[in-house]
Ligand binder design. Sequence first.
Ligand code: AHM
Ligand code: MG
Length: 338
Amino acid sequence: MKGYKITTLNEFIVRRQANIPYAKGELSNLLHHISIAAKVLHKKVNKAGLVDVLGEAGNINIQGETQQKLDVFADMQFTAALSNSGECCGIASEENQEIITFDDQLSNDAKYIVCMDPLDGSSNIDVNVSIGTIFSIYRRISPRGQKAQLEDFLQEGNKQIAAGYIIYGSSTMLVYTTGLGVNGFTLDTGIGEFCLSHPDIKTPMDGKIYSLNEGNYNKFPEGVKKYIKYCQEEDKATNRPYSARYIGSLVADFHRNLLKGGVFIYPETASAPTGKLRLLYECNPMAFIAEQAGGKANDGEIRIMDLKPKTLHQRVPLYTGSKNMVENAENFIQKHGK
Ligand code: AHM
Ligand code: MG
């Protein structure tokens, strides 16, 4: 009788590590700890309607947004996992104004820092709609043996060592890249393991989906308004009109477009002149994944991963997804203005 052939995330990571000369297993260990926190959060998200984790925690976070209880739990869980891993000397999180450094000897000796949005799409928590976690891993610049410094976090996205997201949807998936393509793992709750379900993800060069918050239409730059009209026009040769799909959870919107093909746009608006999404823990990790899957990510002009971060919670416009669609949107911006 043939057995159930599975590749677990851990097995996959270890196999990958064997292909990298001199790899000592530090990154593998870090990813392993992230996956454990993801499993804990999966359980919590799945019970969100039953236990007392819905609603607001009563705090306002540094972005001026009301923190949800699940946000707080996710932040604590991932922070603890990264601290306990011994492979991470500090983190930058959407939920904290300043960087957090793990000031014990083991962590000070660690070579990685992590930027994360522990719970993305928080407005969707209470209504049973997909939410996610986003992470981005860098090698520190400051010398090992001391506390992590701000400069370790303000590195360009093109220096990322690994990036990924977890989507808590109809199933829970972890998708990540270390610069050798993108692989997706679905949580098999029966055995409690992330199993390889989407090997070597390649995003279609073209798609039929455009995703942006059209409620902001009047505040969009002229180029984006014109591009939306283009998406809505009928033209059989180019498969238009496209379908509008927008969940309001970056992870879920990005994941759908990654698999099906499409473009996701969160542009600058009259009220948010640099856009809404954060460079360090939302745009850069998604850009790394998009490019590794054959897609693109820019700010309407410049490649996201080439932007030099100035501050921890910097916001930038994001245009990402299928290569041809992003380039087309970019042409509209350049022709009609930002
Ligand atoms: P969050 O990290 O506080 O949840 O905010 C980020 C979210 C993204 O997931 C999503 O793409 C965007 O905000 C939606 O914003 P809007 O409601 O303005 O369309
Ligand atoms: Mg968030």
